[in-house]
Design a protein around this ligand. Sequence first.
Ligand SMILES: Nc1nc2c(c(=O)[nH]1)N[C@H]1C(S)=C(S)[C@@H](COP(=O)(O)OP(=O)(O)OC[C@H]3O[C@@H](n4cnc5c(=O)[nH]c(N)nc54)[C@H](O)[C@@H]3O)O[C@H]1N2
Ligand SMILES: Nc1nc2c(c(=O)[nH]1)N[C@H]1C(S)=C(S)[C@@H](COP(=O)(O)OP(=O)(O)OC[C@H]3O[C@@H](n4cnc5c(=O)[nH]c(N)nc54)[C@H](O)[C@@H]3O)O[C@H]1N2
Ligand SMILES: [Mo]
Length: 817
Amino acid sequence: MTASRDRIAQPWGTRTPYAAGEQWPQRVDQFLASGVEPDSVHRWVQSASILHSNGDALDIAVKDGAIVGVRGRGVDRVNRGRLGPKDLFGWQANGSQDRLTRPLIRVNGELVETDWDTAMDAIVARSKELLQEKGPSAIGFYTSGQLFLEEYYTLGVIAHGAIGTNHVDGNTRLCTATAAEALKESFGCDGQPASYTDVDHADVIALFGHNVAETQSVLWSRMLDRLAGPNPPAIVCVDPRPTPVAEHAAVHLAPLPGTNVALMNGLLHEIVEHDWIDRQWIEQHTVGFDELRTQLAPYTPEKVAAICDVPAANLREAARLIGTAGRLLSTVLQGFYQSHQATAAAVQVNNLHLIRGMLGKPGCGVLQMNGQPTAQNTRECGADGDLAGFRNWANDSHIAELAQLWNIDTAQIPHYGPPTHAMQMFRYAEQGSLKMLWVSATNPAVSLPELARIRSILSQDRLFLVVQDIFRTETAELADVVLPAATWGEKTGTFTNVDRTVHLSDKAVEPPGDARPDLEIFLDYARRMDFRDKDDNPLPPWHDAESAFEAWKKCSAGRPCDYTGITYDQLRGGSGIQWPCNAEHPGGTERLYTDGQFFSSPDYCEAYGKDLVTGAPLEPTEYRALNPDAKAIIKAAEYLPAHERPSERYPFALITGRTLYHFHTRTKTGRAPQLNAAAPRAWVEISQQDARAHGIEEGDVLQVSSPRGTLQAQARVSGIRPGVLFVPFHYGYWDTGGDEHDRAANELTITDWDPVSKQPIFKTAAAAVTRIGAGTGPAPAPTTAASAPLASAITPTSGGAAALVTEHSAATSEGNR
Ligand SMILES: Nc1nc2c(c(=O)[nH]1)N[C@H]1C(S)=C(S)[C@@H](COP(=O)(O)OP(=O)(O)OC[C@H]3O[C@@H](n4cnc5c(=O)[nH]c(N)nc54)[C@H](O)[C@@H]3O)O[C@H]1N2
Ligand SMILES: Nc1nc2c(c(=O)[nH]1)N[C@H]1C(S)=C(S)[C@@H](COP(=O)(O)OP(=O)(O)OC[C@H]3O[C@@H](n4cnc5c(=O)[nH]c(N)nc54)[C@H](O)[C@@H]3O)O[C@H]1N2
Ligand SMILES: [Mo]
């Protein structure tokens, strides 16, 4: 059956219901530019989506050397052909007239066009000068979760190996540092235990601070199809906003922001009290349960209800569902990772599974979610404050392995302390010890907290700032040298989604002008710097994407993220493949920890762990004493109130986050007409109760202020819980024509981070709101999801004929939700 749907109005498309244990039916979504007939497409080139972490496999339609559309890949295990709105429409940004096509260099205060030799020679001259005068610690790299595996591994080898700086991190610090840390704390190593196929088997799915409907919309379609089929799962939702997940939940807990640890301790308390635990599994496979039980004692439902401001009865009901589930799947994302006590809270979700023995079986597992499409690879390849192959910086034999692989001296790889985290790198730049910062594929002038401070750091004369992007972003405007990159569709490489599925993305078209793939840029830098290994061979020795991938395979051999069984050829044609994939598991691995064995032995583990409250690292000897036999680690944490709480002057809790139609700082989605029209400007979500108390109506212009700054936007009176304001963080000022900063959420956010994962806190701050005046109509916020208005007279969000998408499936039932 073939249907045509406005996929701005109906983001999740047509339902294809299925029952527990069945395979998710295929539905192939296709969108082509207007006027392009399917049979006029010249080539379909294999890839996967790059605007979230789901890894939806797709083919890129090419006609006359240009991208003209996309089609989902029905054979793929991840999406079975489906695509989300950003996947369907976002590719149009590639063809934007305002792509960067030539390098830029600052001359007399202005950025002017130049050639590659001039741009690269300026970077090389500054690098050499700094290395000679100040040493490697004067140079830092701030990269992304949006490049390809081959690019991260190359950057990691250049930074950690050839230069020897410890200052290498990614925007993944803002994104999934807590996911990685929570996995290390509980299982001794990064790597997702679960698989997306667990959605097909679960009978309870619990989502913790995760608005999957808007942020991994195809994964939500999978859950919706289970909900529409026989014996559907019960959904538990923990989120202060009325997300689509909350609407479909059997229990929705809407805690005060920043109280997640109290809430989790409350759930665990009930589960232990009722003995809904698997004692034998705990005994055989874990350490630390007794400390947990002691820690939980005070967290009675009544006490927790008071801290979180949720009804005690709902807490009990959520605990009962989770505690009695036969097959429990949990997901965790930014409502935990970017909130107060991030790692401590995320680890308590792992604990739910450890005390119930719910791991490594169909329908049982934890997804400590990723956000960005390639964040998993930033972590695996050591471009973000981890070391390549999930190696442990505090284990000398792991450093020796890397030195041998890279054929350099062990002493050349910095490991005197943990790799520097992003917020600390910006602090070093502020203080002046970091003198050159190379930013690739991220836009910190909009995405970091407390933007007034970030602007002042990045604009300093004494900081040499290199920005490698595809557009002239707010950050590029502050650079000394801007390098024009080729992007997805214009270069080849691999990347790995949340559930360890590796996809290949092939080059479909030529990049615009002189733009070059990020991999080529990094390798060109290495050649011009003349980096060498011990035998005087070029370092890194590889020369293109496939040779970089082959080198990475050697680095991954024997580690949890083992890619040795994967080749580019195997990734072409069929479905993506889940790592580990090696001689023992030639077809890949669906679930980790099926045998209750963990990657946590003291000699093998990625990290020795930290104190969940203070972040103090454990000594190797302490870890060995705690966990000699490679078990999973149950770690308890007490709840502590957030540093910045609502006060008389700033009476609201401010949270920030996403909408379905935009990706981050909108450099791509703001240039896709259907997506931009669906959410053209920023807004502020406020509850009806608070709106009434402040004389605010839908569409009124508000000023929101925090101790850091202010912004102005129209009010959306929504079902958000009272006492909380929500602002989307997508809106910078590249497209306002001016330099006014007062619409970016990060003007308001606080410079503070989780002590364990060092992830900045974007979801716990205090703010005040003032009504400035009436607006011209309702807020420019979508009506389809969490930002839906309470007022019914507002025109629903729609993309009209321009957003019609073809959906092809064997059998479907009608309806969007
Ligand atoms: N459409 C879209 N999709 C995306 C992205 C995008 O920009 N746009 N970005 C991708 C990336 S990089 C990421 S990291 C993911 C993020 O995906 P999500 O984490 O799902 O998205 P967010 O909107 O940041 O936050 C999720 C929810 O956390 C809730 N929340 C806020 N504070 C708290 C709290 O203290 N406790 C609890 N329990 N909940 C809280 C918010 O109400 C919000 O609904 O999305 C990915 N997918
Ligand atoms: N207040 C608040 N702030 C947040 C968050 C929040 O929830 N609230 N979320 C945080 C999270 S989870 C994230 S992931 C970050 C995201 O923050 P950023 O990473 O700053 O956001 P993006 O807009 O994705 O920036 C990516 C940049 O890379 C460029 N680019 C795209 N493709 C390529 C390529 O192939 N090569 C190169 N060289 N460049 C490319 C894009 O044009 C864009 O400028 O924001 C964080 N900041
Ligand atoms: Mo993210």
